[in-house]
Design a protein around this ligand. Sequence first.
Ligand code: THG
Length: 367
Amino acid sequence: MALISPSRRLRRTPFSDGVEAAGVKGYTVYNRMLLPTVFRSVEEDYHHLKNAVQIWDVSCERQVELRGPDAGKLMQMLTPRDLRGMLPGQCFYVPIVDETGGMLNDPVAVKLSEDRWWISIADSDLLFWVKGIANGWRLDVLVDEPDVSPLAVQGPHADDLMAAVFGDAIRDVRFFRFGMFDFQGREFAIARSGYSRQGGFEIYLEGSDLGMPLWNALMEAGKKWDVHAGCPNLIERIEGGLLSYGNDMTDDNTPHECGLGKFCNTHTAIGCIGRDALLRVAKEGPVQQIRAIAIDGDAVPGCDRAWPILADGVAVGQVTSAAWSPDFNTNVAIGMVRMTHWNEGTKLDVALPEETRTATVHEKFWL
Ligand code: THG
């Protein structure tokens, strides 16, 4: 692949100087912002993530902020997940669907207070959809993208490193909760969350000026745990079954197809967009669903287009993410599989660009 040409449209982040100094070797583009994909090698980064601790520049997880008396009402219109029991200080993984029940995004909703929310988005232009709804319904709410840039600290030593910088109280933050913590005289929301199965935190940096001081403080304090710059790791996230919007699902898929039915309370999420469509799919059940797929043979090439899944030569699904897993000694993959072939242990063929491989369907992911 050729290089990415830098320009103003392809936004840098408050941590880009640190990312470059750490020797980033590859980037992708996510919400029109740079997102690192590899530092040493994807495999080295993978082993290090599972054994030490990493600092991830995930500024590309942009926030859509809802502020005003109708913020809570708007948030519930956006998602079929029932938000009535959600308290300030909590984060919820929330499917966002359109009027047909198609997935528009799968963000983390952060409830700062009754009238202030952040929607920490995956890679789609959710801001336009949210502004359109707020204006179309004449809601009393401001919708914009604030200058907030998440920095993730992930890995088995995340608690130790975070405690060294923010104090031991950080250890008491529960999963998908956040607290406010001081750094150089300013307060930042810090949640126990992140796009890996190794545990850790996400620091929501507000304003860019403290970006490099924060990066440097974490790098300095983390030396004894072999801290390194990292990024969401393809192998680890497939092993963990963490979905990637635009790769593993698009607006052609319902949350039920994506295995996100457990985050939909379509009967009680009154007023949510797409409710009627989702009531129908919930009743009938999806005809295809996300599955873990083990692909036989040597390391597969990068999956930059959907690979057809075949049974006796007939298309029954597609693989959308795949990588060689050193720990499980097989190719791990995520795919969408038709109902007739989605049971545990089903044997299938996957048509890679150059060859066809045998594969096995699993109902559970590896981590
Ligand atoms: N953190 C934050 N923003 C994000 C992501 C993140 N925005 C983009 C992207 N990641 C959104 N997608 C996901 C996908 C999965 C999870 C979080 C965001 C996730 N899922 C767990 C699971 O599926 O088991 C936990 C869900 C739960 O129990 O509520 O963590 O990573 N800020």
